[in-house]
Design a protein around this ligand. Structure first.
Ligand code: ADP
Ligand code: GN1
Ligand code: MG
Length: 391
């Protein structure tokens, strides 16, 4: 084992992250001491670019002992951490048992491994009431905020498609809804209306064009909810946070492991597909300030769709394949709506790195919605072509 940090330490977005998340090295050390680790560790380094948890890379000072990944779970966002952790135990156990029966699969590399506490629990609660969990660090892997090639996009599609296929026979009643109505756009629209009504920070007057943008599309964006209610789309177990940086790629850029399992719960396949396209096929970051840079790359779109459908199309209904294009515009719409709601509410939910960050994120997502609306027929054609070849 080398002395250097793995490559994906580079995925830190900047010094702002460190300021907002850093805990003191001795505090981290104390927290880690409650887990049944091997070897010796000293402190930790803020890691990754997630918007919710505080994540630390924990390096092992002893050769031949593993490195770890420590997370302080955001319990404002996940209100019931014990149930959340039960979900993760159930999902990782199911994935592991499926992979054990697939020749050539490597469950230890392809599934997250929780390190238990010294009392055999899956999380540790400190005196201040914070919840912590520890994973084995998947060595030599990397996550990307932006996709760099159609091959990577294809690998992302394979990873999330396979994830869904492996969970298709899991008993959904074992899972708790970690955040109820997570992708229910009607619920998100109600939260938005409430935020506007309360206007906590007097910001509504600054966002009238964005409010108009939402209102013009509210009805159309409810189509998946309606089809679900009418029984035309089956509920499956979905990941619900299929950002491209929630797949770890290995050193050959092959998909190795789907991570960030906090929101795995029942959902529609179009949610996972649409949320992945939002970050995999876009030409600019989720929070790009220069809206003229935001476009959709057709080769990346094709790559992801090919990988995703290769893994899932045998099990999807025709209605579900038809619904995928609804997810393409819905998910950036929902994300923009949630960022805008948080901006109006005073930035309580997402980590922000500068004062207008949530507004900038919302504007970038709404621009992406417009680009996708313009190209929707073309994108639908690509989905049809690939799914016809899969059947
Ligand atoms: P968040 O919910 O805040 O996005 P994640 O669980 O996605 O947190 O973790 C943040 C980042 O940490 C990921 O994008 C990835 O780069 C890295 N990461 C998470 N788990 C592991 C792991 N087991 N091995 C290696 N890297 C990991
Ligand atoms: C959050 O934790 P992270 O950064 O992977 C959010 C997702 C959003 C995403 C937008 C629990 O995900 O729903 O799509 O930010 N997770 C939660 O980047 O709200
Ligand atoms: Mg993440």
């Amino acid at each position: 084992k080398g002395n250097s940090y793995p490559k994906n330490l580079q995925s830190l977005t900047g010094p702002e992250d460190i300021e907002t998340t850093a805990h003191k090295a001795q505090d981290i050390q104390e927290i880690v001491s409650h887990f049944a680790i091997q070897g010796h560790t000293a402190g930790g380094t803020p890691y990754g670019s997630g918007h919710i948890h505080d994540t630390y890379y924990i390096k092992n000072l002893q050769a031949d002992c593993p490195d770890y990944l420590l997370q302080r779970i955001n319990h404002q966002v996940f209100k019931n951490v014990p149930l959340l952790m039960e979900n993760i135990e159930q999902v990782t156990a199911h994935l592991r048992s499926k992979l054990e029966n697939i020749p050539g699969a490597e469950p230890d590399k392809e599934v997250l491994t929780l390190v238990p506490t010294r009392h055999q629990a899956s999380y540790y609660q400190d005196e201040a009431g914070n919840f912590w969990r520890l994973y084995l660090l998947l060595q030599g892997t990397r996550s990307y905020d932006l996709v760099e090639s159609p091959q990577q996009a294809y690998e992302g599609g394979k990873a999330f498609g396979r994830f869904q296929a492996l969970l298709a026979d899991m008993d959904a009643s074992l899972l708790h809804e970690s955040i109820p109505d997570f992708h229910n756009v009607e619920h998100r629209l109600r939260q938005f209306t409430q935020a506007i009504k309360h206007n906590q920070k007097d910001r509504v007057k600054h966002v009238q064009p964005e409010i108009d943008f939402v209102m013009q599309r509210a009805q159309l964006m409810s189509t998946i909810c309606r089809l679900g209610r009418e029984g035309k789309l089956p509920l499956r177990i979905t990941h619900n946070d299929t950002k491209f940086n929630n797949v770890l790629l290995d050193s050959q850029d092959k998909a190795q492991c789907v991570i960030d399992l906090d929101t795995v719960m029942p959902g529609y396949v179009a949610y996972d597909y649409g949320d992945a396209i939002r970050t995999t096929a876009a030409t600019a970051a989720e929070d790009e300030k220069d809206l003229s840079k935001i476009d959709i790359d057709l080769n990346l779109f094709r790559g992801f769709t090919q990988g995703f459908l290769e893994e899932t199309c045998a099990s999807l209904t025709d209605e579900e394949i038809g619904s995928l294009s609804l997810g393409i515009t819905l998910l950036p719409f929902i994300m923009g709506l949630r960022f805008l709601t948080d901006y109006i509410d005073g930035d309580h939910y997402y980590k922000i790195h500068f004062p207008e960050h949530n507004l900038q994120r919302a504007q970038a997502q709404f621009r992406l919605v417009e680009v996708l609306e313009d190209k929707l027929e073309l994108l639908q054609g690509i989905i049809e072509e690939i799914s016809a070849a899969c059947h």
